[in-house]
Design a protein around this ligand. Structure first.
Ligand SMILES: [Ca+2]
Ligand SMILES: [Ca+2]
Length: 269
């Protein structure tokens, strides 16, 4: 009877161990199978080559995007898969030069203290300009430049076509002067006054007519400059001087005047 109880107890113990082993192997197997799933199937999306768009390296082309490719499942931070989305990916705008608007006097010398705007990449407006739209004159010491340099023949009558500078408060140089340092002779008809002579009256024989006699003498003066212009007659009526228009030189203008009066009953002007 004692042996029967022992055998029953052993049998119970063996069955219990078998049941334990069975459950243990079941749970171990299950946990292993879960572990295997985690390692065999990745949760990460599969990578591909995709095109992305980023702001160009230029700081002056506004929000232009440029394409590039990555081997990934998404575009890097600050870039976009949208061809027009690079600015948005950068927070709204691509990086750009911070331009400063400044104001300077206009190039015109006749518009007072008018200012014109211009852009600079500097943080500070250059000397002579202002960040204030009305501040250009102040930046120039109080007023914008209004002086223009022009060139005229010198007062000397022995230095050929040499020009001398002078300044005007105007946008244009006055008549008989030039903007060019070598333009003064052209401005007065081709030559500055040099070696002027006393040209005297046109009617050299005082017969109140212009004839071949007067023409012959006139020809000797052609091209010369007169120191007695405008001619002042000593009596009236008068035929005037060889420099008929009083511009200080004998040229075609005077020749035309003489030809118009040639051989007329009188040469009065
Ligand atoms: Ca005469
Ligand atoms: Ca003349």
């Amino acid at each position: 009877m004692q042996n029967s109880n022992d055998q029953t107890f052993k049998f119970f113990v063996i069955i219990s161990l078998l049941v334990f082993l069975l459950f243990a192997s079941f749970f171990i197997g299950r946990s292993m199978s879960v572990y295997n799933v985690d390692t065999s199937v990745s949760n990460q999306p599969q990578k591909n080559v995709i095109s992305c768009y980023k702001c160009t390296s230029s700081l002056e082309d506004e929000n232009n995007c440029e394409q590039f490719f990555v081997y990934n499942n998404e575009c890097p931070l600050g870039t976009s898969q949208n061809p027009n989305g690079c600015a948005m990916a950068m927070g709204g705008n691509c990086p750009k030069i911070n331009k400063t608007i400044c104001y300077r006097c206009t190039s015109s010398l006749s518009d007072g203290n008018a200012c014109e705007a211009f852009e600079t990449s500097s943080q500070v407006c250059p000397i002579g300009s202002s960040s204030n739209s009305n501040g250009c004159a102040l930046a120039n010491g109080g007023q914008c430049p209004k002086i223009k340099t022009c060139y005229r023949c010198t007062q000397s009558v022995n230095d050929g076509n040499l020009c001398e500078p002078f300044q005007v408060e105007d946008i244009n140089c006055p008549s008989n002067s030039s903007e060019s340092p070598i333009g003064c002779a052209a401005a007065v008809g081709g030559a500055c006054i040099h070696n002027p002579i006393i040209c005297g009256p046109i009617d050299i024989n005082n017969d109140n007519q212009i004839t071949i006699i007067d023409i012959s003498t006139f020809a000797l003066y052609y091209g010369r400059f007169c120191s007695d212009s405008p001619f002042i007659p000593t009596s009236l009526p008068t035929c005037g001087g060889k420099d008929t228009n009083g511009d200080g030189k004998i040229n075609k203008i005077d020749l035309d005047s003489i030809n118009a009066r040639l051989n007329l009953p009188n040469c009065y002007v």
